[in-house]
Design a protein around this ligand. Sequence first.
Ligand SMILES: Cc1ncc(COP(=O)(O)O)c(C=O)c1O
Length: 389
Amino acid sequence: MLSKAPRRIYFDNAATTKMDPRVGRILCDQMEHNFGNPASMHWFGQKSAAALAVARRSLADFFYCQPEELVFTSGATEANNLALKGLMGAFDKTTHFITSAIEHPSVSMTASALQRQGHELTVVRPDKQGVVSADSLLATVTDKTRLISLMYVNNETGVIQPVQEVGKKLEILNEERLRNKRPKIFLHVDAVQALNFLNCRPDHLHADLITFSAHKIHGPKGIGLLYVRDKTDLNKHIDGGTQERGRRAGTVNTAAAMAMAEAVKIINTSQTIFNEHLEKCRRQLDESLKKIKNIHFYSNPDKCVPAIMNFYIDGLSGEDLMIKLDLHGIAVSTGAACAAGAMQPSKTLLAMGYDEREVHGSIRLSLSRYTSLAEIKKFTQVINKIVNG
Ligand SMILES: Cc1ncc(COP(=O)(O)O)c(C=O)c1O
């Protein structure tokens, strides 16, 4: 007789989220009934263009910005590439820019590519808690600096970065630079892991460019958004048509844009309820995990969004623990990534000052609004069983 499959628990929401059924219904309906190319002049095209305009307007209302300031992309990886390459590409080849050592590869690898082209790059390290301080970033500004790129919430630790403080201080510095006839320094924020939980409005963050991704907010994969403050010049990074006001060539995925707008609308109406629920889940998780002998948390929960936590247990490899949890029907992730057949330790955790042994034990849990207290209880029972043998 076949044994009963375990009821699966998904604690890997920083990797991707389950689509909200309300979002899924819009996506399917649009794909089936509104398939025209929004650039076409006929009825089908114009119907699609109208839907795209509705999606853009709805997102602009949420972000308190102009619809023209939003560029649809294929996801956050492309939005980060467009932000960094688009902005730096518009400047002199030796222009300086600053980023942090805890950025997602779509920022850090793009930054390295720009450095190879001749741009000067400074990478600022976080403290042991995973925070990149505003002052440590601003201390590296030179006369040639034109961009600072800092993520809002780290995808591995959940630590909230002081982007608003950087934005406010940069505004003061930019006023002084303007008086001295020096060019402005722009702020780019990768807010992919923040949008579910925090205020990401450009005027709140004092940011010029902000990256978002729909599949991290219970929307579909294959659609992202770059906010570009009015009068910010961006070079194209893909050649082709003139879509998105010439800033991003390629037919826009209207159905996915409509779906992303719905996902954001749901956040707008229910964020407080979702956050309260997540805080409750997190409190229960913290209480239970703290009882495990030799467990270490990489960051202080007070500095994190409640949905993401990262820890290691002495003597256990993250990969082993992840596989054992998976065999019990629980999906989590490790801080180590498999590259060329070998496990590579997390650059973020290493930059925070942890040694390779500590980093190899890393387990990331990322919850969502669909996480239940019963799932937390089940997870606690399973991990205790694994740890105690
Ligand atoms: C902080 C951050 N930035 C960017 C990305 C890339 O997002 P996408 O999958 O939409 O390209 C991710 C995905 O994990 C992320 O966590």
